[in-house]
Design a protein around this ligand. Structure first.
Ligand code: DPM
Length: 387
């Protein structure tokens, strides 16, 4: 097996991405003081497209593609992600080599400074809540039908600026984990419990993606694989995978590992929140879920569960149960009215993607026309066509 002294790590350029990358590197450094880690940062499509909701952009691997290309080209050895941004199907040859111990998976409310100290229930009817997550808007609309939900995009720094300066939003909803990592926990007014807003699949967990044929990196990452988080995230991702969810439909989860059992609650909602279906499945986990399992690397790499490897810390048998729990919830959903809710949500999102593309094209044409006009050429033609 090849060994290295310098490990190259890919990261998005946003502050949150770099904080996450550095936190994984610091953990690995403690365990492997002889290694040097070098960060190679880059922008992804998700960082560049800032004016549309994620669900309206219509691609699954917005935040990951450019980094995955760098992995495939051997330009980097691993990439740190928020697991919730990683599609359930990874490119051939790549996998999730570890999932780090999960932080809070819940969503949190950040109030406009004029509402400091308030809770959502204290806000007047008609208040504008900023979120571009269909899942958050759908679930909150059930509990707060008199609020208006509006898109807010950009990295976390941009969103805070928009909240504080635009005076448009009464509050915004963000993942508690991201707020803590950025050091902004003081701005959290309220953490939403599972009865108000179940979280996104894998929210709050960081994952590290690497090449399946790189045993050196896989071995390194296995040191920080967290068994309980892995069990939860395999179940949640298996659920999403079977539903063919992604961020185009409001799908949510709530998972518990307790007394040797794994229980997963899955939720599927219509975009306006008026319809929803919640299912729960609970199964016993094998006796000792940390029993030793050899890193059994075949030519295709180790066995994966919704893209995540099993390793010596969490047995294949355990991950099989976790995967089954997720798949069974999806099967229950697909036998219920959730199937129709999902199909409608997908169609609505697809229509929104087309509308978004048309809006962009129209905007582009308008800009071009204005350019021509200011240049003084064909002014009459532009006026006749465009205005
Ligand atoms: C995905 C969603 C969002 C991010 C959709 C969802 C939030 C939507 C948005 C798939 N990725 O949750 O329903 O407002 O654009 C993202 C954040 C984190 C990872 C920020 C956040 C931080 C923490 C983590 C964006 N991805 O959700 O506030 O989960 O580890």
């Amino acid at each position: 097996m090849e060994t290295k002294s310098v490990v190259k790590v890919g990261s998005r350029k946003s502050q949150l991405a770099l904080i996450q990358t550095n936190s994984i590197i610091n953990n690995l450094k403690k365990l492997n003081p002889h290694l040097t880690f070098e960060i190679i940062s880059m922008q992804t499509t998700g960082d560049k497209v800032l004016d549309a909701a994620l669900s309206k952009i219509g691609e699954k691997n917005l935040f990951t593609r450019e980094l995955e290309v760098a992995l495939e080209k051997n330009e980097v050895d691993f990439v740190v992600h928020s697991l919730k941004d990683l599609p359930t199907l990874l490119p051939e040859g790549l996998l999730i080599g570890c999932v780090y111990k999960r932080d809070s998976p819940f969503d949190a409310v950040v109030m406009h400074p004029s509402n400091a100290g308030k809770k959502l229930e204290d806000l007047p009817s008609g208040s504008v809540i900023g979120t571009s997550s269909l899942r958050r808007a759908a679930q909150l609309a059930r509990k707060f039908p008199n609020f208006q939900f509006e898109n807010i995009r950009g990295n976390l720094n941009t969103r805070f600026r928009k909240l504080d300066e635009d005076n448009k939003y009464s509050a915004i909803i963000l993942a508690e984990a991201g707020l803590h990592r950025m050091g902004w926990q003081d701005r959290i007014s309220q953490v939403l419990d599972k009865d108000t807003c179940m979280y996104a699949v894998s929210q709050g967990a960081m994952a590290v993606e690497c090449r399946s044929n790189d045993p050196f990196t896989l071995g390194l990452l296995s040191q920080i694989h967290d068994p309980e988080t892995v069990i939860q995230c395999v179940a949640e991702r298996a659920f999403l995978k079977k539903l063919e969810g992604g961020c185009s439909v409001p799908v949510s989860a709530y998972t518990e590992v307790k007394d040797g059992k794994l229980s997963l609650t899955g939720g599927v909602f219509s975009i306006d929140g008026t319809r929803g279906r919640i299912e729960c499945v609970c199964k016993d986990l094998p006796k000792s879920f940390e029993e030793k399992e050899k890193l059994n690397i075949s030519p295709n790499g180790p066995r994966q569960f919704a893209g995540i490897v099993g390793n010596e810390k969490v047995s294949i048998e355990t991950l099989e149960v976790a995967q089954k729990v997720g798949e069974e919830i999806a099967e229950l959903m697909l036998k219920s009215e959730a199937k129709d809710i999902l199909a409608n949500a997908k169609a609505e999102t697809a229509a929104a993607i087309i509308a978004e593309k048309q809006r962009k094209e129209a905007e582009k044409k308008k800009n071009e026309a204005e350019k021509i006009q200011t240049n003084g050429h064909n002014a009459h033609l532009v006026t006749a066509n465009g205005h």
